[in-house]
Every structure is written in structure tokens, then in C-alpha cells.
Write a protein that binds this ligand. Structure first.
Ligand SMILES: *Cc1c(COP(=O)(O)O)cnc(C)c1O
Length: 380
């Protein structure tokens, strides 16, 4: 057996969709990107979306929109991927690491309040693994302290919390279509908001600051406009756009997204059922939305006091594992920024990510569960 940790699910639909882009011979930013933005907004129920080449770019530009003064601080969990923090640094802002709740691994609101200082200008909550943050409490606190909120939705694609889509609670929600995430465009990301005007500058910021990208200029050319080549640059931009090829894959994946989410939920339920009576193995997360048909989880994992031995054992049986994540403040580069997060550092020692993806089979889950059982019988 060779059980993969993550695996994108790609088929004929994606190839056919790419073929259409070949047929029109327009691979860059173009109509497929705009179509994908519209369909994505509709699917996840958020008013407007701008497609980018990654969630990292989406987080970077979303923060940039607010033009915060250099040196101000952005509050974020330490239990996250590097991009959450690099987004602050790209904008000359400093990350402040907030601890996580012992169970949900999402931001601990009490610690958020404790770590707040008057130079904090924004919060980036992360819906860790697809487990939603307590957005009601975060939004209430952000309002009192006049902070902006950018949701890092890289681990969820279409998840709801208290009847409201994840990504629509804060000012902006940033999604990822990196190949290991819940649906993919190879690499890709989306910045979403119900505030159309807020997102508007992103159209030029993703295209080196040019107010009309080549696609839009090309359209005016066909209208017989002799000044079709004209554009203006009035702000600092980046080359962060999504292209037609990626969007074509995204359009095909989007049609399967509900199916993907449902399949992963079913596999998580099988795992949870399977490990219920295994000593020394606990589920990584509460999976509080698992019975909700709008859940969108990315990670399945367990907690085990003998984590390193477990990983070695599973590897010997062809089962891929991972650890998501080393708390950022334990990384050499990020240790210079403030915020002790003892809960994250403790939980981290025992966490182990297990295979979960759109093509994982019942047999594979059974195989992993029986491996966990044999490990437990030997060690606990
Ligand atoms: C994967 C990930 C990102 C970055 O996504 P990209 O699309 O690869 O840039 C950001 N935040 C979190 C929490 C992630 O896991």
C-alpha cells in the first residue's frame, strides 16, 4: 500500500477545459479568469472575488489595501503556514503571534485580548484545518479596537459557520487553490469580499499597477479605439494575476467542489468512528461541523504522545504523514517577533496529519485505522 497524504483529483473535465483555452490561444489573464471569479463568488456566496496566483498574494494585497502605517502590528495565530505572517512583513507590518485553543487549534480569543496593544491594526484569523474560528467574538473585538479582519481561508473552500460563509465574516477572505488544498488550479488564490469598492484596486495591483490589463485593452481595440494601447499606472502593483490556464482548471474543479467536500467529510467520519476506541490516539480537531453538509475540512490528523514513533511506524507501512504546523514563532526566522504561544508549542509535539483527499478510499482509511490500532496495542 502507498497511501498519499494529499492528492489533487483531476480528470477529463480539467483537460477539456484547458483545451478550450488552447483553442482561443489566450493563456494569460483573460475571460476564463473573470468567469472563474464570478462562478466562485456565486458558489461560496460572497459578493465579489479577485483571482490571484496564490493565497499568499491574496493575503499580501488584502493587507496592502488598507495602507497601514509602517511598523504597525497584525495579530495572527502561530499555528499557521508561513504566508499568514509573511503577508504582514511584505507590508512592513509586524506579526504578533496569538495562541490557539487547546481543542480547536483556532485562535484563542482570551489570548488575542491579552496580546492586543494600541498599535495593532488588523487580525488574520485562520480557519485551521477547516475548523471555523469564533468569528463572532473576533469581529466584536476587532470592532471595539478598530482593527480590520482578513480571514485566511486557505484550509476551507465553501465552509459555513453559523449560517454565514467563511471568508465573508471579516473585511476580506483569502482562499488558496494550491495543489494540496481542497480544490486546485495548480497554484492560485482568491480575495473575496462583499465590499466591491474595497476590492477594486486589486485589479491593477495584481497587474503591476496598470489600470487596464491587456485583456481589457484588447477589448477596446476591437471597438476601433485608436487609443486602445493607453494605460495609466497610479499605484504600486505586483505580477500576481491568475491566468486562463489555471482558471480553466479551477472552473472544472469548482463543479466538483461539493462532491470533494462531501467525500472528505465522509472519510473523516470513518476515521473518527475507527479511532474511537483506540488507546493513545485522539482526533486532532473536534470536527465540530462534520455533520453539517456545508463543512469543508482540509486536514485529518491525530494526537499521540508517541508521535515520532507513530510517524516512523506508519511510514514503514506506506502511509504518508505530516505535521501541520510547527508554530511559526518556533521557526528561526519568526522567533524575532513577539508572542509566546505555549499551548501551540505543546500540542505541536503530539500532532500528526494523516491522509485525507478527494480520492482517498474506504479501504485506505480502514488500512490506516488498523495500522493505528496495531501501534496502540504495542505502545499503550
Ligand atoms: C497553504 C496556505 C497558505 C498559502 O496558500 P498559497 O496558495 O500556497 O499561497 C496560506 N495560509 C495557510 C494557512 C495555508 O495553509
Amino acid at each position: 500500500m502507498d497511501v498519499r497524504l494529499f492528492k489533487p483529483s483531476l480528470g477529463k473535465e480539467e483537460i477539456d477545459s484547458i483545451q478550450k483555452v488552447f483553442d482561443i490561444s489566450w493563456l494569460g489573464l483573460g475571460e476564463k479568469v473573470l468567469d472563474f471569479e464570478k462562478k466562485w463568488s456565486k458558489h461560496i456566496n460572497i459578493g465579489h472575488s479577485i483571482a490571484l496566483n496564490s493565497a499568499t498574494a491574496a493575503l499580501h494585497l488584502s493587507l496592502a489595501l488598507f495602507k497601514f502605517e509602517n511598523g504597525k502590528k497584525v495579530m495572527m495565530p502561530s499555528m499557521t503556514f508561513a504566508s499568514t505572517a509573511t503577508a504582514a512583513l511584505y507590508n512592513n507590518l509586524k506579526p504578533v503571534f496569538v495562541d490557539c485553543c487547546e481543542k480547536s487549534l483556532t485562535m484563542d480569543i482570551e489570548d488575542l485580548k491579552r496580546k492586543w496593544t494600541s498599535d495593532c491594526v488588523a487580525i488574520i484569523p485562520v480557519h485551521y484545518g477547516g475548523e471555523p474560528c469564533d468569528m463572532e467574538a473576533i469581529m466584536a473585538f476587532a470592532k471595539i479596537k478598530n482593527m480590520k479582519v482578513i480571514e485566511d481561508c486557505a484550509h476551507t473552500q465553501g465552509g459555513f459557520y453559523k449560517g454565514k460563509p467563511l471568508g465573508s465574516w471579516g473585511d476580506i477572505g483569502c482562499f488558496s487553490f494550491e495543489e494540496k488544498k481542497g480544490m486546485t488550479t495548480g497554484d492560485g488564490g482568491m480575495a473575496c469580499s462583499n465590499d466591491k469598492e474595497l476590492l477594486e484596486p486589486l485589479k491593477s495591483m495584481r497587474w503591476v499597477g496598470i489600470d487596464k490589463d491587456t485583456w481589457r485593452r484588447n477589448k477596446t481595440k476591437s471597438e476601433n479605439n485608436e487609443r486602445h494601447w493607453y494605460y495609466e499606472i497610479s499605484l504600486l502593483g505586483y505580477k500576481y494575476n491568475m491566468n486562463n490556464l489555471a482558471a480553466a482548471v479551477g472552473l472544472a474543479q469548482l463543479k466538483k467542489l461539493n462532491k470533494f467536500n462531501k467525500h472528505k467529510s465522509k472519510m473523516i467520519q470513518l476515521y473518527l468512528e475507527g479511532i474511537k476506541n483506540i488507546d493513545g490516539i485522539e482526533p486532532l480537531l473536534p470536527y465540530s461541523l462534520i455533520n453539517n453538509d456545508r463543512s469543508s475540512y482540509w486536514l485529518f490528523g491525530v494526537r499521540c504522545k508517541k508521535r515520532d514513533e507513530l510517524i516512523k511506524f506508519l511510514t514503514s507501512l506506506g502511509i504518508s504523514t505530516g505535521v501541520h504546523f510547527t508554530p511559526l514563532n518556533m521557526q528561526p526566522f519568526f522567533s524575532q517577533y513577539s508572542g509566546e504561544t505555549p499551548v501551540a508549542s505543546e500540542v505541536y509535539k503530539h500532532m500528526c496529519t494523516l491522509p485525507l483527499h478527494m480520492e482517498l478510499t474506504v479501504e485506505e482509511v480502514d488500512y490506516v485505522v488498523s495500522a493505528l490500532r496495531s501501534f496502540s496495542l504495542k505502545h499503550f
